[in-house]
Structures are given as C-alpha cells and as structure tokens.
Design a protein around this ligand. Sequence first.
Ligand SMILES: Nc1ncnc2c1ncn2[C@@H]1O[C@H](COP(=O)(O)OP(=O)(O)O)[C@@H](O)[C@H]1O
Ligand SMILES: CC(=O)N[C@@H](CCC(=O)OP(=O)(O)O)C(=O)O
Length: 299
Amino acid sequence: MEKLIEKASVLMESLPYIQSFYGKTIVIKYGGNAMVDEVLKRNFALDIILMKYIGINPIIVHGGGPQIGETLKRMGKATEFVDGMRVTDRDTMSIVEMVLVGKVNKEIVGLINQNGGKAVGLSGRDGQLIRARKHYITKPGPADKRPEIIDIGMVGVVDAINPQVLDTLASGDFIPVIAPVGEGEDGRAYNINADFVAGSIAAALKASKMVLLTDIRGVQDGEGNLLTSLTLPKVDSFIADGTIHGGMIPKVEACRIALDGGVNKVHIIDGRMLHSVLLEIFTDTGIGTQIVAGSPQSG
Ligand SMILES: Nc1ncnc2c1ncn2[C@@H]1O[C@H](COP(=O)(O)OP(=O)(O)O)[C@@H](O)[C@H]1O
Ligand SMILES: CC(=O)N[C@@H](CCC(=O)OP(=O)(O)O)C(=O)O
C-alpha cells in the first residue's frame, strides 16, 4: 500500500509542472552520443509521447555526429573537425544528409510512431524551415596581419527560421522531429551543428524551455564537478580558460542564442540516463546544468 501512495505522491510532484507547461513549447535536442542503446532510444520516445499527451508541445531536434562518422569510416572517407564543426566537402554533405535525414530522423520518427505517438520527420529544407548561409571560421592572425579565414565547405549557420510548418504540425497534434540540415539561397544543403539548430528554433518559437541531451552529466568545472547553474558571463570565462571546450562550446552557445531569443529556461543534461527529460521537466530537483543570463558581476 505504501508503495502505491509513494507512486501517487511522485505523480503529484509533477502536477505544478504539468500545469505550468500545459500548452507550452519545449525544444529538446537529442544528441547522437545520447542515442546509446535500444532501451534508451525507446524510453526517450516514450518520454516525448507522455509530454505530448499531457498537453505540452515537444519539438525534437536531433544530432547524429557519431552515426555520420561511422558511415564515413565504412566508406573509407576521412573526417576532420575544426572548432567542433565537421569539415564537409560536397561528397561528405550528401552522406551527412543521407545519414541525418534518411536514417537517424526516420529511426526517431519510427520509434515515436510505433509507441503510440504521431511524429513527422523534417529536415530544415522542408517547408523552408531552416534558411542557412555558409559558415567561415575566423582565427586571429599575427599582430599586424588580417585574421585567417578558414573555409570548411558545406557547413552552415542558421540565417533564419520559418516556423510556419512547425505551427501547422503542432495544431494537428503532431510531434516534429527535425534533422539539422538547412538550405542556402543557392538551393544547396548545408550541414549545421544540431545544437545551433535547437537554439535557433527555440528562440524563433519563444519556447518555454530548451533541453540539450548529451553524453555527460552537464557542464563541469576544472575539477570535474557538476555545475548545476551557470551564468553566461561565467560561460565566457570558462571558454576563455579552456574549461569549456570541444563539443560543449556549441551547446553553451546554443543556450546563449535561446536565452537571447527569449527562451525562459535552458538546460544541458545527461541523455544516457533513463527518463532524463522527464526528470528535468517534472521534478523539483531537476538534473544537469541550467544556464541563466546573469549579470557580468554575478559570475
Ligand atoms: N566543461 C565541460 N563540461 C562537460 N563536458 C565538456 C566540457 N568541456 C568539454 N566537454 C566535452 O563536451 C562533450 C559533449 O559534447 P559532444 O560530444 O559534442 O556531445 P553531443 O554528441 O551530445 O552533441 C562531453 O562529452 C565532454 O567531453
Ligand atoms: C557542422 C557539423 O559538425 N554538423 C554535425 C551535425 C550533426 C550533429 O550536430 O550531431 P551531434 O549533435 O550528435 O553532435 C556533424 O556533421 O556531425
């Protein structure tokens, strides 16, 4: 009996959160490194279905970096990253699109639909959802020289988001699942880091929350301690001293884009933990790292 009462109190703990998120949009970025095994993937799908059934509007943006890497390796194609971005020549771009749109996207859509949800897969090229422009990396040159500009091929940054297609899907009770491929003015496909896509979509929709699922507990300090809350000025100093590096940089930058765009709350959490999305959204304690705007003084 006590166990049953315990169950009821767990449900009750979620009531204020269900009330406050009812009818609201939450953008969830599902990183390729968090798609570890079949049980995790199925439970991620179930979490999203539950959110939808209780009246939240979840929007999924997925990655697939490791999955792209595996396919490129099988095809004997080398891959290189500059500042966390995959150098993407024309051949690589068609493989990126094939893996993200044709494989990873369809797998997530399939899992949600098999378990009773209504998911629709999209790439940023569908319904002009993501307009991209070419991304160049700029490195400071020697004191008296101009900065060095590095061309990394068909890598894009988000130029504009057209949320019309997402609004249409939400009004039909569908769950949009978005692959991070955008289309340029030249009509070509561009490979965009999925964190940036999530941040830009959350900002365009003025989402109530954005949650980035990754393969680590959250942002850690130099000693490896989990930081439960972090301000943007502190993020800047952690990037400057190298505490935040590699794949964590696009995540915190995506949080900045979302916060600047009016998103209320942004979180980086461990997607390898079962039901991590639900724990973040529906419990008093939450998990992972919350990033807040903060003032330069507040650290
Ligand atoms: N300060 C930091 N705190 C936590 N992780 C960090 C930090 N700096 C760099 N990282 C790295 O960022 C990684 C997450 O980025 P990434 O592997 O690109 O994830 P995803 O595939 O989910 O997008 C972590 O596994 C970790 O190695
Ligand atoms: C430009 C760039 O690097 N794009 C990424 C897109 C996929 C992605 O972001 O996947 P994760 O979230 O799983 O890392 C890539 O090619 O790997």
